[in-house]
Design a protein around this ligand. Structure first.
Ligand code: FAD
Ligand code: SIN
Length: 539
């Protein structure tokens, strides 16, 4: 089955939908998304979106906070661009219908600004504690109102289609992306999507780790697809662990927003004592890597399974109005956060690395763009500042659109010939245990050996296991018909391999990468990105 479109967008979070809404002015847009249209990391974002909005704030402050958090690896020109574009892009979101929480007693245009770790000012626009849900609602509504956009739900992109495979490589020319093969999870049919431009907006990869704040869609598919296609992948070692994920045996991946600490929430050990003052001058509002590492150290020291986040000193009325979603979710598990401290643990939250993309979201493959969490643009460096990632998706969707508007007229009418999907005699698998076993083993190995605190020995151990699993999955993938689970397993295995490889390559500790065998920053040798591509080689 073949579908032809001007623009193929893979993913329906903030990056994919913002781009689709704009690209619909130029031509036809197919958005493929692997679950329901709203299901994305974006939909679960709590804290908000950072921008210089208040009267006392300045671009220079937001830029400096982002650079300080990024520990020397941010690209300053990219940081400046994103920070200075932020107010205009957010104003556009508001025009499209996003309702941010307004300040009490403020005029019609004055929004309540939250505070999060690493920010020197209040600058987080939010919709109570369900900012992502509100943004996703408005974007889905806007996209569905456009005739030129068709959203394909339960369509899982398998692999990118390259000109070198379809037509043979042009001498000296760059490979081109001509679309993607996409699996319809409802009918098990594989579609060939032909496109003039393809945007990867597949989000993050939290599911590579056993404990994560991310929803199930976060299996790093875009990073794995791009890697298989020969794209450059950068800085995969920088995995952000959020310090405060709810600890409860029945709670799956529920985040307790940093905004709770922004409103006075305090981290405590089980005996009630505070500890963050021993780790950083900003105490509980220190950058995330510092808070997560401090909790990890305290848990290892005490043998406890969790620490507490305590906001019981604030009024119940304030708590239920500012954090209605978190309050109600905790209550479901018998925790009244206005009276009880909340048990929390660090969890894999965000991947700073990804598909290397320039200031317009262009990758090293012609006609392939990447934006949002799947990409590595230089905004975050070695550690992302809180609430800068919704912003990155928003700003880069616009910048990718600007670049594509320039390029599109020249190739608009060029014909594209590609081969349909070939299942090459694969049969239905009767061994799905292979998928579930390997799924579990990868996530456990990553959690135990490539977590918050790393060592050469642990990384090598993980590397060996993950290589073996990758070989087994490759064989299995060749023999059996694809399923959604098999596609995701194949992708998390590749992403696990890339994270481990980059972590092995970086012989220092910086930002989110901490290796006890090289505990210090080494600016002389490592003030640079870790770039890998297939066949695995490092620059
Ligand atoms: P996503 O929103 O994750 O969207 C990815 C899309 O790609 C989804 O639609 C998914 O289904 C689709 N997809 C994936 N693979 C495939 C495939 N193979 N085929 C087809 N479709 C596919 N950031 C902030 O800035 N502020 C916050 O307050 C904040 N809070 C957060 C809270 C939580 C609990 C989490 C998990 C993250 C939070 N983040 C926050 C991070 C932020 O939400 C994400 O980085 C951001 O939403 C990513 O947007 P995106 O468009 O790149 O990807
Ligand atoms: C949070 O609300 O704590 C998440 C914010 C973010 O990840 O940027």
């Amino acid at each position: 089955m073949e579908i032809e479109t001007d623009f193929l967008v893979i993913g329906s979070g903030i990056a994919g939908l913002c781009f689709a809404i704009k690209a619909a002015e130029l031509g036809t847009v197919a958005v493929v998304t692997k679950k329901d249209e709203i299901e994305s990391n974006t939909n679960y974002a709590q804290g908000g979106i950072a921008a210089v909005w208040g009267e006392t704030d300045k671009f220079e402050y937001h830029i400096n906070d982002t650079l300080a958090c990024g520990a020397g690896l941010c690209k300053e020109d990219v940081v400046r661009r994103v920070v200075t574009d932020a107010p205009e892009r957010i104003a556009e979101l508001i025009k499209w219908g996003v309702e941010f929480t307004r300040a009490k007693g403020g005029g019609s245009n004055i929004y309540d600004l939250g505070r999060e770790g690493g920010h020197s000012m209040r600058r987080i626009l939010h919709a109570k504690d369900i900012t992502g849900r509100e943004i996703e609602r408005a974007l889905v509504e806007k996209a569905n109102s456009k005739e030129n956009i068709k959203i394909y739900e339960n369509f899982v992109a398998i692999d990118l289609i390259l000109s070198s495979k379809a037509l043979g490589r042009e001498k000296g020319g760059r490979d081109k992306c001509l679309g993607a093969y996409v699996f319809d999870a409802k009918t098990s049919v594989v579609y060939t999507f032909k496109s003039k431009f393809t945007l990867l907006a597949t989000g993050g990869a939290g599911k590579v780790y056993l404990i994560t704040t991310n929803p199930d869609i976060s299996t790093g598919d875009g990073i794995a697809m791009a890697y298989r296609a020969g794209a450059e992948i950068a800085n995969m070692e920088f995995i952000q662990f959020h310090p405060t994920c709810l600890y409860h045996p029945e709670a799956k991946s529920f985040l307790i927003s940093e905004a709770v600490r922004g409103e006075g929430g305090v981290l405590r050990l089980r005996n009630g004592s505070t500890f963050m003052e021993r780790y950083h001058a900003m105490k509980c509002l220190a950058p995330r890597d510092i808070v997560a590492k401090a909790i990890d150290t305290e848990l290892k020291r005490s043998g406890d399974e969790y620490v507490f986040l305590d906001i019981t000193h604030r009024d119940k009325d304030f708590i239920t109005k500012r954090f209605p979603n978190i309050y109600n979710k905790c209550l479901e598990f018998g925790i009244d956060m206005s009276k009880d401290p909340i048990p929390v643990v660090p969890a894999a939250h965000y991947i700073c690395g990804g598909v290397a993309a320039n200031a317009f979201g262009e990758t090293n493959i012609d006609r392939l763009f990447a934006c949002g969490e799947v990409s590595c643009t230089g905004l975050h460096g070695a550690n992302r500042l809180a609430s800068n990632s919704l912003l990155e998706g928003l700003v880069f969707a616009h910048r990718a659109f600007m670049k594509i508007s320039e390029l599109f007229p020249a190739i608009k009418d060029a014909p594209v010939t590609i081969s349909p999907w070939d299942a090459r005699g694969a049969t239905v698998s009767d061994e799905s245990i292979v998928v579930s076993h390997n799924w579990d083993e990868i996530r456990r190995s990553m959690w135990n050996y490539v977590g918050i605190v790393r060592s050469d020995k642990r990384l090598e151990r993980a590397g060996r296991r993950i290589d073996l699993i990758n070989r087994e999955i490759d064989e299995y993938y060749r023999d059996f018909l694809v399923t959604g689970d098999l596609l995701e397993l194949r992708n998390i295995a590749i992403v696990a391999k890339l994270i481990t490889l980059c972590a092995i390559l970086r012989k220092e500790s910086r930002g989110l990468h901490y290796n006890i065998d090289y505990p210090e920053k080494d600016d002389k040798n490592w003030l640079k990105d870790t770039v890998v591509s297939k066949p695995l080689s490092a620059e």
